[in-house]
Design a protein around this ligand. Structure first.
Ligand code: CA2
Length: 143
């Protein structure tokens, strides 16, 4: 089973800015953590990060026929992007939405998630381990 891990805008800045909200681990630490967990649970992973909405749509489309699960933290596009919702619905790959913080407890504008209705689950407010929980959810769905 291959899981595509997608991170949206500014998540490449992990560990560099706003450690009080997003922690002090870097994007590379996140990828290393995910690689290690993938080995433990016996799945393959591929990573994609972009600050560009269209590039994220392209990555979701490219997963069609290639990945059997998607873990996505769409960053701020969570709260604005119908295009990302349409993309996950179009490919029909089981997708889990992840947020490092809990957007529902922050500013009002973070309470809307467009992508949520296209996802099989949402993991939020659990820090970087939330990505690992999302991988487990997808791996267990195939058992
Ligand atoms: O909690 C999350 O994971 C978010 O998806 C992160 C987004 C935010 O817009 C969402 O509301 C919730 C922001 C990502 C910005 O990431 C940074 C990481 C480190 C330093 C600065 C920004």
């Amino acid at each position: 089973m291959k899981i595509l891990i997608i991170n949206g805008p500014n998540l490449n800045m992990l560990g560099i800015r706003e450690p009080a909200i997003y922690g002090s681990n870097t994007y590379q630490d996140l990828c290393d953590m995910i690689e290690a967990h993938a080995k433990e649970i016996g799945v393959d992973v591929e990573f994609f990060q972009s600050n560009h909405e269209g590039a994220l749509v392209d990555a979701i489309q490219a997963a069609f026929g290639d990945a059997q699960g998607i873990v996505i933290n769409p960053g701020a596009y969570t709260h604005t992007s119908v295009a990302l919702l349409d993309a996950v619905k179009t490919v029909g790959i089981p997708t889990v939405e992840v947020h490092i913080s809990d957007p529902d407890t922050r500013e009002d504008f973070r309470r809307i998630s467009y992508i949520r209705e296209g996802c099989v689950a949402t993991v939020k407010g659990k820090g970087l381990p939330g990505y690992l929980e999302a991988m487990d959810l997808l791996a267990n769905m195939r058992k």
